[in-house]
Design a protein around this ligand. Structure first.
Ligand code: NDP
Length: 264
């Protein structure tokens, strides 16, 4: 079998862990493939780049998940619904698009045993996350700094709040889905709101990974069970790997190889 080629498309893409995760699994499982990174500046060129680089599949990260959605010939129902694709596989000249971020998130929060979830943020990641939570039967409230981005969530039937309208109450899980804390020391909501939440919450999760964010530091100060976005990243990769390799391996064996990328 010829060696297959996979990549991650994004901008920036230099710090992505995806090449390490997928190459660990390809190597460990003996699958003849290699995974690289490609800085894609213009999302509208995604399709052309995919074919000219002779790729079998890609992951897509910021800021091209919507462009990836447009570039595909076929979409799985969830990717179509949320308008964002992070995994593309080529089959018979056609691009098949999937969203593994959201199911990866679901798998990551399973240990919290939550039902009532507060999602802070209303960006691209929040869009797919709140949909997958609702489909899985969670009760979801969305809290965001500004009202503008909340409008489409309200239209989709979600309970939405701004910092001004919100009255903190008990949630099983509070999730930071904003980029606050990614490159700065900011909290995703005013400290007094977060303190009122954390004094009654069952747990906290930040989708940012590889950083002890101010959000997680505050959750720690309240003694809450908590996790960063590493498991979400890992599980979206495990699910993408399944699409890349036509589900040839169990999720458990792929996960055990991919985990090695985090131990380096
Ligand atoms: P967006 O840029 O689309 O998110 C914007 C959202 O963040 C808006 O709701 C915005 O509020 C809010 N926001 C930004 N800065 C602040 C701030 N300082 N205070 C309060 N709210 C703020 O980002 P994405 O949805 O693409 O990504 C969100 C996060 O998810 C990123 O940190 C990203 O790294 C992470 N991520 C993690 C993954 C994983 O595998 N672990 C996968 C994908 C993403 P407003 O509307 O008021 O501007």
């Amino acid at each position: 079998m010829d060696r297959e080629l996979f990549a991650i498309f994004g901008d920036p893409v230099s710090h992505s862990l995806s090449p390490m995760m997928h190459n660990e699994a390809f190597h460990g499982l003996g699958y003849p493939a290699c995974y690289t990174r490609y800085r894609l500046i213009d999302g509208d060129t995604l399709r052309e780049r995919f074919f000219s680089l002779k790729l079998q599949g890609v992951n897509v990260t910021v800021p091209h998940k919507e462009a990836a959605h447009r570039a595909c010939d076929l979409l799985d129902p969830f990717a179509r619904k949320v308008g964002a694709v992070n995994t593309i596989v080529e089959r018979d000249g056609r691009l098949h698009g999937y969203n593994t971020d959201a199911p990866g998130f679901l798998k990551a929060i399973a240990p919290f045993d939550a039902r009532e979830v507060l999602c802070i943020g209303a960006g691209g990641t929040a869009r797919s996350t709140v949909e997958v939570l609702r489909e899985a039967g969670y009760r979801v409230t969305i809290l965001n700094r500004g009202a503008e981005r909340l409008a489409s969530f309200r239209e989709a039937g979600f309970a939405v709040e701004t910092w001004e309208s919100f009255r903190p109450r008990a949630f099983d899980l509070v999730v930071n889905l904003t980029s606050a804390g990614l490159r700065d020391e900011s909290l995703p909501a005013p400290r007094e709101i977060l303190e009122a939440l954390f004094s009654r919450a069952g747990g906290a999760m930040d989708v940012i990974y590889g950083r002890h964010t101010p959000f997680l530091a505050l959750a720690e100060a309240y003694g809450l069970p908590r996790k960063d976005g590493s498991d979400m990243l890992l599980y979206q990769g495990v699910l993408a790997f399944g699409h890349f390799t036509d589900h040839r391996y169990s999720e458990e064996e792929v996960e055990s190889w991919m985990r090695r990328a985090f131990e380096r």
